[in-house]
Design a protein around this ligand. Structure first.
Ligand code: PEP
Ligand code: MG
Length: 584
C-alpha cells in the first residue's frame, strides 16, 4: 500500500527511484580529564583536526567550483570559513585550558552555547545558521575520532542515478559528494528550507524534501519511491496511478525546462514590442552567479542583513569587501544595495537593540530605516561602505521601509556626512550614486507625489506592503488566506503607485515575491510595471510570460475589471487578464 510522507519542499523536481537508507554513526561525545602537562598536546590535537576538516572541505569546494560553479562552491566555502572562526577556536581552546578536558567535550560545550543563542532568535533563516555551526563542529569531532567517525558513504554505491538517498541529515559537503555520484533525489529528517543543504540542492537541481519525520524508520531499503520536491511529498511503494501521473509530470517538466532554455538569450519583450527589465534579488554569491547566468539586467535588491549575523557589527572594510566581490561577480550589471532591514520578521538579539524586544508589535516598531536613523553610527558605517563600493561599479542605494519625506532628508543628511568623512580620508565614491526608497508602508504609497522629488527611484516591496495594507502578518499562517495580491484594494494601491511614479518621472520596480510569481506577471504588466526584480531562479519563467503577453490587451481587460468590480472581483482578475490574450 502506498505510504505518503510530507516535509519541507526545498528543491523542486520529481525523482523516481530506489530507496537507499544512510547509516549514520552518532558520535558519543564524552568528557574526560587531562593533566596540566597534556593541555598543549590536546590543543594541538584539536588544531590538527580543524586543519584536516579544512583540507577536506577545500578540496571538495574546489571540485564543486570546477564542476558546478562558483556559487555552489561558495556554499561549501561557508563551512570552511566557519572552521576558521576565531571565536569558536579561541573559546574551545580556552575551555580546554580552563577545565582540563578533552577537545571533543570543549567543542561540544561551545556548540551548545552557540545553539542556545541561535534558538532564541525568531527568524528561521538566521536559526538555520545554527545548523551550519553544528555541522561544522560535528565534522571536527569526527576528525578527532577517525576510528569511531561517522562514515555515511562507506556502504553506498558509487553511482546513485535512480537512487533516492534517505538520511537523518546531510551537510552541504555530503550533498556535494552525492551530487558527484549522480543521486536522483534526497530526503532528510532534519533541516529546513533555509539550510545551506537546501540551497545547494536547488543549485545542483537535485529534488529534495527535508524535515520528513521518522523517514528512516518508515521507509525500507530498496523499495521504489516517488519524490515531489515542489510539493514536499515522498510516496513509498506508489500505486500505478501515482506512478503514471509522475511520469507524465516528468515529461511535461522536461518540455517546460527546454522551452525556458530556448529563450535564455532572447530579449524580455512583449508581443506588442515593449522591452521589460528583469532584475534579480540576491544576498549570497550563489544567487548573484545565477542572476548572471539567467541574464538578469541587474540586481534590483541586494539584501545586506546577512552581514549583521556574524559575531560583531560588520566593519566598513568587511562590508566593502562583500560589495566589491558582488560587483566583480556581476561583471558590470548594476547592483542595488539595500541598507540594513533588521527588525520585525528579521529580528535578532545580536545587535542588542533592547528597544526591539520591548515593542509589542515589531512589524510596526523600530525596524529598517527607523532603526538605522536611531543608531546613526551603525548606519553611517554601512553608508560609507556602499559609497565606496559605488567607485567600483554601478551601485544604487535602496532605503527600506520609508514612511516620510523627513526620513529621506535625514538619510540624505547622513549620506552627506559620510561623503565628507570619505573626502577627509581621500576615499573615492560616485557622487551621483542613485538613492531609492522601498515603498512598503501604505501611507508612503499614497504619498508618492511628495516622496518622489527626493528620490531617484522607488522599489515596491510587496511582501511588506501587502501585510500592512491587508493587516495580515506575512509570516502568520493563520491569516495567510487574507494575504491576497488580487485584493481589489491592493490592485488599486499598486495602480496608484505606478501611475504616480510615472507622472513624477521616477522609475519603479517591484521586488517583492509577486514579481517572481509568473501567475501575477500579466497583472503587473497591465498595471504598467516595466521593471521586475525576483529570485534569479524565476527570471526565465517570468520572461516567458512577458514574451507571450500583449500588454495593451491586458490593460484593456484590467480597465474593464475596474469598471465592473461589483461582480468580478478577487480571484477572477487573473483569469480575466489571461482570457484577454486569447481574444482577437
Ligand atoms: C518586501 O517587503 O517586499 C521586500 C522585498 O523586502 P523583504 O522581503 O526583505 O522584507
Ligand atoms: Mg520588506
Amino acid at each position: 500500500m502506498t505510504l505518503a510522507l510530507t516535509g519541507h519542499a526545498v528543491a523542486r523536481g520529481i525523482a523516481i527511484g530506489r530507496c537507499h537508507l544512510v547509516e549514520r554513526n552518532e558520535l558519543d561525545i564524552g568528557e574526560y580529564r587531562i593533566g596540566v602537562d597534556e593541555v598543549e598536546r590536546e590543543i594541538q590535537r584539536y588544531r590538527n583536526a580543524v586543519e584536516a576538516a579544512r583540507r577536506q572541505l577545500e578540496e571538495l569546494a574546489g571540485r564543486v567550483i570546477q564542476n558546478v560553479g562558483i556559487g555552489a562552491g561558495e556554499i561549501i566555502q561557508t563551512h570552511v570559513l566557519m572552521l576558521g572562526d576565531s571565536k569558536l577556536q579561541d573559546s574551545t581552546e580556552q575551555h580546554i585550558r580552563r577545565e582540563f578536558c578533552n577537545a571533543e567535550w570543549a567543542l561540544q560545550m561551545q556548540l551548545e552555547q552557540i545553539l542556545s543563542e541561535f534558538r532564541s532568535l525568531d527568524d528561521a533563516y538566521i536559526r538555520s545558521r545554527g545548523e551550519d555551526v553544528a555541522q561544522v563542529v560535528r565534522l571536527i569531532q569526527n576528525k578527532l575520532n577517525e576510528e569511531a567517525a561517522d562514515k555515511p558513504f562507506e556502504n553506498m554505491p558509487d553511482r546513485l542515478a535512480d537512487t533516492l538517498v534517505i538520511s537523518s541529515e546531510l551537510t552541504p559537503g555530503e550533498l556535494a559528494i552525492l551530487h558527484e555520484r549522480g543521486v536522483g533525489g534526497i530526503v532528510t529528517e532534519h533541516g529546513g528550507p533555509h539550510s545551506h543543504t537546501a540551497i545547494l540542492a536547488s543549485s545542483f537541481g537535485i529534488p529534495a524534501v527535508m524535515g520528513v519525520r521518522r523517514a528512516q524508520a518508515l521507509l525500507r531499503e530498496g523499495e521504489t519511491l516517488v519524490l515531489d520536491g515542489g510539493l514536499g511529498v515522498v510516496y513509498a511503494d506508489p500505486d500505478e496511478a501515482i506512478h503514471s501521473h509522475y511520469h507524465q509530470v516528468q515529461r511535461i517538466t522536461r518540455r517546460f525546462k527546454k522551452s525556458l532554455e530556448a529563450i535564455r538569450d532572447l530579449p524580455a519583450s512583449s508581443l506588442d514590442g515593449q522591452l521589460i527589465s528583469l532584475q534579480a534579488n540576491a544576498e549570497r554569491p550563489a544567487e548573484l552567479q545565477l542572476a548572471r547566468e539567467q541574464g538578469a539586467n541587474g540586481i534590483g535588491l541586494y539584501r545586506t542583513e546577512f552581514l549583521y549575523l556574524q559575531g560583531a557589527p560588520p566593519e566598513e572594510e568587511d562590508q566593502l569587501a562583500e560589495f566589491a566581490s558582488a560587483i566583480e561577480l556581476l561583471g558590470g550589471i548594476p547592483l542595488t544595495i539595500r541598507t540594513l532591514d533588521l527588525g520585525a520578521d528579521k529580528s535578532t538579539d545580536y545587535l542588542d537593540f533592547s528597544q526591539l524586544r520591548r515593542c509589542t508589535n515589531p512589524a510596526l516598531g523600530l525596524r529598517a530605516v527607523r532603526l538605522c536613523l536611531r543608531d546613526t553610527d551603525l548606519f553611517k558605517t554601512q553608508l560609507r561602505a556602499i559609497l565606496r563600493a559605488s567607485a567600483l561599479g554601478p551601485v544604487r542605494c535602496l532605503i527600506p521601509m520609508l514612511t516620510s519625506v523627513q526620513e529621506i532628508r535625514m538619510v540624505r543628511f547622513l549620506l552627506d556626512e559620510a561623503r565628507e568623512e570619505l573626502d577627509a580620508r581621500s576615499m573615492a565614491y560616485d557622487p551621483d550614486m542613485p538613492i531609492g526608497g522601498m515603498i512598503e508602508v501604505p501611507a508612503a504609497a499614497l504619498a508618492i507625489i511628495e516622496l518622489a522629488p527626493h528620490l531617484d527611484f522607488i522599489s515596491v516591496g510587496t511582501n511588506d506592503l501587502l501585510q500592512y495594507a491587508l493587516a495580515a502578518d506575512r509570516v502568520d499562517e493563520q491569516v495567510a488566506h487574507l494575504y491576497d495580491p488580487q485584493h481589489p484594494g491592493v490592485v488599486r494601491l499598486l495602480r496608484y503607485i505606478f501611475r504616480e511614479a510615472n507622472a513624477s518621472r521616477i522609475p519603479a520596480t517591484v521586488c517583492g515575491e509577486v514579481a517572481g510569481d509568473r501567475q501575477y506577471t500579466r497583472l503587473l504588466l497591465a498595471l504598467g510595471l516595466k521593471d521586475f526584480s525576483m529570485h534569479p531562479g524565476r527570471l526565465l519563467e517570468v520572461k516567458q510570460v512577458v514574451r507571450e503577453t500583449d500588454i495593451p490587451k491586458a490593460k484593456a481587460a484590467l480597465t474593464r475589471w475596474f469598471n465592473t468590480t461589483s461582480t468580478e472581483t478577487g480571484s477572477s482578475l487573473l483569469k480575466v487578464i489571461d482570457d484577454s490574450q486569447r481574444s482577437g
